[in-house]
Design a protein around this ligand. Structure first.
Ligand code: FEO
Length: 165
């Protein structure tokens, strides 16, 4: 059975995962119309993954005696400055998500909630992967700069999922 505190924290995490999904969907749309189909494909998939993260939490809350609320969401930004700024925003966003997951685990430890702690460990590994993937993409984009033929190849590479996990 979930405590009120843990249920509220998980509910707030549900909101964050749903917001991530919306944000990455908006970024995918931007990349799509700006002529980066590979990046768009990568971001559409990333958006789907975030929805899966949300769903996993919703099901966990409901299975553990809570009752998840489906969050209402604000519309994310429509335009972004550049590919580099998109991936920098993703990294910043994921760092905040990691902090919030760590915070849930701290509460689980305080309350001896080993079940939720154990469940949240999956998210810890996922965050490590997502942060390191965003960092490696940012590094690559910094090397490429504004070289259009390299950007074209970078886009193709993301399309084939070489960077994705
Ligand atoms: Fe579900 Fe990217 O954190």
């Amino acid at each position: 059975m979930l405590s009120k505190t843990i249920e509220e924290k998980l509910q707030s995490q549900i909101h964050k995962e749903a917001s991530s999904s919306q944000l990455y969907l908006a970024m995918a749309c931007w990349a799509d119309v700006k002529g980066f189909p590979g990046v768009a494909n990568f971001l559409y998939t990333h958006s789907d993954e975030e929805r899966e993260h949300m769903l996993k939490l919703i099901k966990f809350v409901n299975e553990r005696g809570g009752h998840a609320t489906v969050p209402s969401l604000e519309s994310p930004a429509k335009n972004f400055d550049s590919l580099a700024s998109v991936f920098k925003s993703i990294l910043e966003h994921e760092i905040l998500v990691t902090e919030s997951i760590n915070d849930i685990i701290t509460d689980c430890l305080k309350e001896n909630d080993h079940t939720t702690n154990n469940f949240m460990q999956w998210y810890i590994s996922e965050q490590m992967e997502e942060e390191s993937l965003a960092r490696s993409i940012i590094d690559k984009l910094e090397m490429i700069g504004s070289d259009t033929s390299s950007l074209y190849l970078f886009d193709k590479e993301l399309a084939t999922g070489h960077e994705a996990h």
